[in-house]
Design a protein around this ligand. Structure first.
Ligand code: 5GP
Ligand code: ZN
Length: 138
């Protein structure tokens, strides 16, 4: 399904042109308009899925293969020394475009700090509650 008012549906299907790195039957990979680093790319399924909870499982599996292919090409083509996959689900998590996508962000020696968090702590009691809260919903 393609959503008429969705910018990523339009970009993924070539309705709006974008700098494309890769395309197959299921995906288009484009450069992010506001890159976190040189080569920051977005893997966009051609069909509309709101987020990971809405994504077709087979498409999800293929998306990871595309990410690996892209990452390898970035390591040799851009001379980055690593890359992050970032995938936001929900506004609280930073999702601004409600069409599933995976960020592939090349990382460079001495490049800016990103995709980092301050490690916290958790008690054994809290751990037990969290395990129960999640596993009871699986
Ligand atoms: P999110 O915050 O939803 O995980 O990521 C959305 C990303 O899409 C952002 O990094 C933003 O820069 C990028 N983006 C939003 N609109 C456009 C667009 O029209 N073209 C391109 N190439 N990237 C876009
Ligand atoms: Zn869409």
């Amino acid at each position: 399904m393609v959503k008429d008012d969705c910018i990523f549906c339009k970009l993924a299907n070539g309705v709006i042109p974008a700098a494309s790195l890769y395309e197959d039957d299921d995906f288009r990979v484009i450069l992010d308009a506001n890159p976190a680093s040189k080569g920051h790319a977005l893997i966009l399924p051609k069909h509309h899925y709101r987020d990971l909870t809405d994504l077709d499982e087979a498409v999800g599996a293929r998306a990871l293969s595309v990410a690996a292919k892209l990452g390898k090409a970035m390591l040799s083509g851009l001379n980055c020394t690593g890359f992050n996959l970032v995938q936001n689900n929900g506004e609280t998590a930073g999702q601004t475009v409600m069409h599933f996508h995976i960020h592939v962000i090349p990382r460079y020696e001495g490049g800016p700090e990103m995709v980092a968090w301050k490690p916290g702590s958790v008690s054994p009691e809290e751990t037990e509650k969290i395990v129960e809260a999640v596993t009871s919903k699986l």
